[in-house]
Design a protein around this ligand. Structure first.
Ligand code: CP
Ligand code: NVA
Length: 303
């Protein structure tokens, strides 16, 4: 039975901990994994732009001995030419796995149903699981543990927030999600994270007040406007500016580190000076994208 990676929501805490451990092992001993994808080809299909995800999958697959075929939004445009199910079934004729960044989570579900090879979510409107794995790997490296830490996410409740909630809950990380009113996370995903958290001992909360981040170990920021959201910045800037992650907020909360999945918008959701400061983990997160994804690929497709 092939396994897909669309959300992590159906994983057990034990499976999640093992995957995090595998990512560390692959990072520390890459030579041991240089042939796990030997002779295998992965199609990476992107409906939206990408720097980190595209390059880290391409180079990462190469390091595992495999080969990646990139299809961009022009070549791989799904809408209009043929149905998503037919695209996926065709790709599975040649490819051993499909990595896909799509607008709608339902497209991924169609891919997963139609393709007899593993499908990996490289970001959709609702989740960004590869990002969350890299982020918790980064926190593990910074603290030597994830369980019992407190992560405060501040900004728009979005795909990145949802995956941080799910993966963090599985790993026992306390989380507080702080958003402006009307920008909260999906209530069903929040409840799912709380349900997982009851088993792992994590405390998962929401607030509209940035002071709720006081005492957090790490503050996490993401763009106020995700790809595919055409709202003009001017329409939301005043609402979000009090949620900017800056030096004053770091001091107020006492957090040691700041994280951001990138692309970052300097002096909007996070100050440029904070990105450039010693407390920023952004480049460690970016580097760990590849190690986390290589663990996923090894788990789903490894020989
Ligand atoms: N963090 C992230 O997914 O970056 P890209 O959009 O550049 O892939
Ligand atoms: N929430 C952002 C993440 C980018 C990596 C977006 O979806 O655009």
């Amino acid at each position: 039975m092939k396994q897909d990676l669309l959300t992590f929501a159906d994983w057990t805490p034990e499976d999640m901990a093992q995957l995090l451990e595998l990512a560390q092992t692959i990072k520390q001993s890459p030579g041991r994994y240089s042939n796990v994808l030997a002779g295998k080809s992965i199609v990476a299909l992107f409906e939206k732009p990408s720097l980190r995800t595209r390059v880290s999958f391409d180079i990462g697959i190469n390091k595992l001995g495999g080969h990646m075929v990139y299809l961009d939004s022009q070549a791989g445009k799904l809408a209009g030419r043929e149905d998503a199910v037919d695209v996926a079934a065709n790709l599975a004729c040649w490819a051993d796995g499909i990595v896909a960044r799509v607008f709608s989570h339902s497209t991924l579900q169609q891919f997963a149903d139609a393709a007899h090879v593993p499908v990996i979510n490289a970001l959709c409107d609702t989740y960004h699981p590869c990002q969350a794995l890299a982020d918790y790997l980064t926190l593990y490296e910074a603290y030597g543990k994830v369980k019992g830490l407190t992560l405060a996410y501040i900004g728009d409740g979005n795909n990145v927030t949802h995956s941080l909630l799910i993966v963090g809950a599985l790993l026992g990380c306390h989380q507080i999600v702080i958003t402006p009113p009307n920008h909260e996370v999906d209530p069903t995903i929040f409840e799912k994270a709380q349900q997982i958290a009851r088993a792992t001992g994590a405390d998962i909360k929401q607030s509209h007040d940035v002071s709720a981040a006081e005492g957090a170990d790490v503050i996490y920021a993401d763009t106020w406007l995700s790809m595919g959201d055409d709202t003009p910045l001017t329409a939301i800037k005043d609402t979000f500016m009090p949620y900017q992650v800056n030096e004053a907020l770091m001091q107020q909360t006492g957090a040691k580190y700041v994280m951001h999945c990138q692309p970052a918008h300097r002096d909007l959701e996070i100050t440029g000076s904070l990105i450039d400061s010693d407390c920023a983990l952004l480049m460690a997160q970016a580097e760990n994208r590849m190690h986390g994804q290589n663990a996923i690929l090894t788990h789903l497709l490894g020989a």
